[in-house]
Design a binder for this molecule. Structure first.
Ligand code: PEP
Ligand code: MG
Length: 907
């Protein structure tokens, strides 16, 4: 044990640690060491290892302090030499900060103590030394407060209780008649310190410690203790960070930016975090402390002259005013600026990523306090990765892996104007069902949505839930809001397909169709009122919030090309209209993985013929109606095939239960009766007979095609007829016919036979033929379990993971919103399984069915067309289990392309 090294020093260009020692020194400690090694001026200090944290929990405080003492004293002596001051000295004191730092970043979870080393005597000495009593006393009162809270346990346990120190501050401010802490003078601050100490004595029964070393040991142990505070434990649990890792403790010399006009403090970025522009940007304040820059009390100044001029122009400040009152650091402190600029370049080159840095200038000397890879917008993420690749800083692999696929969403959909969002009133929250931002006037049904939109209004369609009947209204609306339904509810799936903003399952909304109002927490929103939706967060705002259109640029295109170069799987799209197919192609889709035919039956004459078919008494009646539908279907398929010319298009046969197509309201039923020349009673009876207790498990999917083979025949004729028509025009079509909801191999064999016989007849009639494939969705657990049997006949599998998730978990995809939030909160579920593929359960069915299917049919093509096909972690899983492609809604195609490339690169 005596040989164990527990303390690693850094300072003056030397360090005992380095960047790759995060496990032992924590992220912060390793980074501080690394910065020293590459010649960045960092206030000297030392890091106590994460192993000591484990010792602390096994041996206890006294033993650990005894073990640490010789090394810590020696390290501090080194810091004293470098800083030319002494820890605990009255005339020339060294003050330190004590900070936590785990292997993985745990922002704000553990404790920090600043300005350590002050006491009543040191304060006087430091005042003499700095000539700045306010700065010194302010530092002292902050220290006593922080130390009292963190080390002496004065911080209230309950969130709602008031911090005793804050209570004292409020009292004193009231007495002095001031509002802000900054308005307190030196005497007020002295009074505060005295009162703070009295409070400590009263609550703990002990005096506030005066000895610098006693303060230090208290602080070090408090940081170790904070590893086990409730916040940190919960955070670790959420992030999967093991408790054994422990935290390191970094003790570092304090530097002050508030020691007069040759001192300053600031924050800077090596590139613009908002746009990604390769431009050094940042803000600073002369004679200020770090927190003043963010506190908004003083207006921070820009670091570069260019930035400063741009800022002044926006703020309407004249050049003379700017130079006199808000000069850039480049102008006000040219020498320091030069050094700062050189170091930021060095740090970026060293870490090969955009850096977010904090610095302090103490009496003309520049110190770096921190550097880390900077957070950035989705647009900046793409630009920085592509620029750095062009600049030769990173390779293709790094560039691709640097971009978070999900963040591409920000580039594809309209977004709210940030300023406008700040003033918006949030009224409720739902599920973030389909990203984007939308504002419009509230309407409560699809007809109104279509009518209002036709007269030029922007509308938000609000429904309890949507059904295929609402399609035209959804298409006309800017956004869709539902009170019920999860992430794979009709509203969510269709909205994503359209690239339309949607918030679903907002359970607090009380929607009343008769009065055309919705109520939330006592607030009534009427038809015609403006609301705004953020489909990326689920936020619902009252009123109109300004939005901005997203633009795709050359950097985005370059990233996508790069992704395709490194990928194995291809990316198709789920699309049922030529428009969606075109959008998806523009985003790089190489085919359609799922064309849902049911949406084609809702326009004009088609729905009439469809209803006639459903309500027909017998096969003959159905055939008459189907003959009317055929030309429409054929025209629809021609449009889609043409939009996807040269690419495979998987068309799925009719899937939803028939009751979704019939009118449930009196008016609709009356119209129906008239059109069909029967009494309304007949219509009502037929509609009633279609009612099912559990339609999701009812008469739908291939059960329709097997009970009414004439539907499959008509659809096959339409699909292959359209393909032949285009072939004649010289357009290449690769049709794939997909049977939905198969659970038994005979269900598939029946359908396959009908399709092939119909095709043979059609080809004979037309004197022409075309190649096509027949395959099946795997969306019922039994189909996955018997995949080997089904694959003997099927040419392809497409995993319908929406239904497969529904039936594997036994969760209704339309009703999960009622319990999902609680399940997520209680961590029973880690994520919504309808969004993120459940790899342990549903995923195992996918894996097994793929392997077993390929074992009997090695050329079996396998893809996924459930909503998971556009979710990065699910895409990665699909890659790992060897799928040929993923298929997702058009706006997710770029996300899936990038995720697929990342999966291949990580493999
Ligand atoms: C599925 O079930 O995953 C699927 C793609 O089909 P649908 O969402 O239309 O039921
Ligand atoms: Mg399905």
């Amino acid at each position: 044990m005596s040989n164990t090294k527990r303390v690693y020093t850094f300072g003056n260009g030397q360090a005992e640690g380095k960047a790759d020692m995060k496990n032992l020194l924590g992220g912060k400690g390793a980074n501080l060491a690394e910065m020293n090694l590459i010649g960045v001026p960092v206030p000297p200090g030392f890091t106590i290892t994460t192993d000591v944290c484990s010792e602390y929990y096994s041996l206890g405080k006294d033993q650990v302090v005894a073990l640490l003492k010789p090394e810590v004293e020696k390290a501090l002596a080194g810091v004293e030499v470098l800083m030319n001051s002494k820890f605990g000295d009255v005339e020339n004191p060294l003050l330190v900060s004590v900070r936590s730092g785990a292997r993985a970043s745990m922002p704000g979870m553990m404790d920090t103590i600043l300005n350590l080393g002050l006491n009543d005597e040191v304060v006087e000495g430091l005042t003499r030394k700095t000539g700045n009593p306010r700065f010194v006393w302010d530092s002292y009162r902050r220290f006593v407060q922080m130390y009292g809270d963190v080390v002496l346990g004065m911080k209230p346990v309950n969130k709602n209780d008031i911090d005793p120190f804050e209570e004292i501050i409020e009292h004193v401010k009231e007495e002095k008649g001031v509002k802000l802490d900054t308005e307190l003078n030196v005497n007020d601050l002295k009074e505060l310190v005295a009162k703070f100490k009295a409070a400590v004595k009263k609550q703990t029964g002990k005096d506030f410690p005066d000895s610098a070393y006693e303060q230090l040991w208290g602080a070090v142990c408090a940081v170790f203790d904070s590893w086990m505070n409730d916040r940190a434990i919960l955070y670790r649990k959420m992030e999967g960070i093991p408790a054994e890792w422990g935290t390191a403790v970094s003790v570092q010399s304090m530097v002050f930016g508030n020691m007069g006009n040759t001192s300053a403090t600031g924050v800077c970025f090596s590139r613009d975090a908002a746009t990604g522009e390769d431009q050094f940007v940042g803000e600073y304040l002369i004679n200020a402390q770090g927190e003043d820059v963010v506190a908004g009390i003083r207006t921070p100044q820009q670091i570069t002259k260019e930035g400063s001029q741009r800022w002044a122009k926006l703020a309407g400040i004249s050049e003379a005013d700017r130079l006199a009152n808000y000069p850039s650091m480049e102008e006000a402190m040219p020498a320091i600026y030069k050094e700062l600029d050189a170091i930021q370049t060095k740090l970026e080159n060293h870490y090969k990523d955009m850096q977010d840095m904090e610095f302090t200038v103490q009496e003309g000397k520049l110190w770096f306090l921190q550097t880390r890879n900077g957070k950035r917008t989705g647009a900046a993420m793409v630009k920085i990765a592509v620029d750095m690749l062009r600049q030769g800083m990173i390779d293709e692999k790094t560039a691709i892996l640097r971009v978070d696929p999900i963040r591409l969403d920000e580039l594809l959909h309209p977004v709210f104007d940030k300023k406008a969002l700040k003033e918006a009133k949030l009224i409720a929250k739902g599920l973030a069902a389909s990203p984007g931002a939308a504002s419009g006037r509230v309407v409560f049904n699809a007809d109104d949505a279509a009518d209002w939109a036709a007269s030029g209004e922007k509308v938000i369609m609000v429904r309890v839930e949507t059904s295929p009947e609402d399609l035209a209204g959804m298409a006309a609306a800017q956004g869709i809001l539902t009170a019920r339904g999860g992430m794979t509810s009709h509203a969510a799936v269709v909205a994503r397909g359209m690239g339309k903003c949607c918030v679903s399952g907002a359970g607090t909304l009380k929607i009343d169709y008769t009065t055309k109002t919705m109520e939330v927490d006592g607030l009534v929103v009427k038809e015609g009122d403006y609301i705004s939706l953020n489909g990326s967060t689920g936020d619902i705002f009252l009123g109109k919030v300004a939005t901005m259109e997203a633009e795709l640029d050359a950097d985005f295109a370059e990233l996508m090309t790069l992704a395709d170069k490194h990928t194995r799987m291809t990316v198709r799209t789920n699309a049922d209209t030529p428009h969606d197919a075109q959008v998806a192609r523009k985003f790089g889709a190489t085919g359609i993985g799922l064309c849902r035919t049911e949406h084609m039956f809702f326009e004009g004459e088609k729905i009439k013929a469809m209803r006639e078919m459903i309500l027909a008494e017998d096969e003959a009646g159905r055939r008459i109606a189907l003959a009317k539908i055929l030309p429409y279907q054929e025209a629809d398929f021609e449009g889609i095939f043409e939009a996807m010319a040269g690419c495979p298009v998987t068309v799925r046969l009719l899937d939803p239960p028939l009751h979704e197509f019939v009118p449930h309201d009196e008016k609709g039923q009356r119209e129906m009766a008239e059109a069909m020349g029967v009494s309304i009673k007949v219509i009502k009876q037929r509609v009633d007979s279609l009612h099912e207790q559990n339609p999701m498990l009812g008469h739908r999917g291939c059960r329709l095609g097997n009970t009414y083979p004439e539907i499959t025949e008509m659809q096959t004729r339409a699909i292959l007829g359209a393909a032949l028509a285009l072939k004649k025009k010289g357009i290449k079509v690769i049709p794939e016919i997909m049977v939905p909801l198969v659970g038994i191999k005979f269900e598939f064999i029946e359908q396959d036979t009908i399709i092939r016989e119909t095709a043979a007849k059609l080809f004979a009639e037309k004197g022409d033929s075309i190649e096509f494939k027949v395959g099946t969705m795997i969306e019922i657990p039994r189909a996955a379990l018997t995949a080997a049997k089904i694959a003997a006949t099927a040419e392809f599998f497409s995993f319908g993971t929406n239904d497969l998730t529904q039936m594997t978990f036994g969760y209704s995809r339309d009703d999960i919103a009622s319990f999902l939030p609680i399940y997520l909160e209680k961590k029973i579920l880690k994520a919504d399984p309808f969004q993120v593929l459940d790899q342990n359960g549903v995923g195992q069915l996918v894996k097994m069915a793929t392997e077993n299917g390929r074992a009997v049919n090695p050329s079996l093509k396998v893809g996924i067309c459930g909503e998971h096909g556009g979710e990065p972690s699910s895409v990665e899983f699909c890659h790992r289990v060897g799928l040929n492609y993923v298929s997702c809604s058009p706006f997710r195609v770029p996300i899936a392309r990038l995720a697929a490339a990342q999966a291949a690169l990580r493999d």
